[in-house]
Design a protein around this ligand. Structure first.
Ligand SMILES: Nc1ncnc2c1ncn2[C@@H]1O[C@H](COP(=O)(O)OP(=O)(O)O)[C@@H](O)[C@H]1O
Ligand SMILES: [Mg+2]
Length: 141
């Protein structure tokens, strides 16, 4: 043990995101995890909102994918992580995509930037043609 994350990824559950119903399921699953972790009500709402936006992006922009989520622990702190993965077109310009109000389509352009603001840890990895992975974590304070 080295003080890094001690939660094995195998403990994460995988939820496919290929329909609107799946986006609702992703939201419900993250809510259940947030309650289980005993995040504050405000932090639960922040995490659920972020996860909803990312699930929708996975469906709409990524052409479908999966959410891997679970409880995590690091340095004695508890949290919830949700990671969204797709094999879609990818994002050519990450900084642009993270700009408030920027959308390549008809959206509000607040999903990615909002998810970053609402969570404690946010990582976005994408390459054109190679899909997109976005990971968010909210820690109990
Ligand atoms: N999973 C994804 N795959 C490909 N492009 C994405 C993905 N997620 C976000 N993007 C790109 O980033 C832009 C900004 O995303 P977002 O802030 O959620 O705005 P919106 O979804 O309203 O367009 C999107 O318009 C899209 O071009
Ligand atoms: Mg969006």
């Amino acid at each position: 043990m080295n003080g890094q994350s001690v939660t094995a990824e195998e403990e994460f559950s995988t939820l496919p995101i290929t329909t609107n119903d799946d986006v609702v399921r992703a939201r419900q699953l993250v809510r259940a995890l947030a309650q289980q972790a005993k995040l504050s009500l405000v932090d639960q709402t922040k995490l659920i909102t972020a996860a909803s936006e990312l699930a929708r992006n996975t469906l709409v922009h990524g052409g479908g994918g999966v959410m891997r989520s679970g409880l995590v622990e690091r340095g004695g702190r508890r949290g919830v992580t949700a990671r969204f993965e797709d094999s879609g077109p990818g994002i050519p310009d990450l900084d642009l995509a993270l700009t408030d109000g920027w959308t390549s389509g008809n959206g509000m352009g607040l999903g990615l930037s909002g998810a970053r603001r609402l969570t404690d840890d946010f990582t976005l990895a994408s390459k054109p043609g190679a899909g997109t992975t976005v990971s968010i974590t909210k820690w109990v304070r």
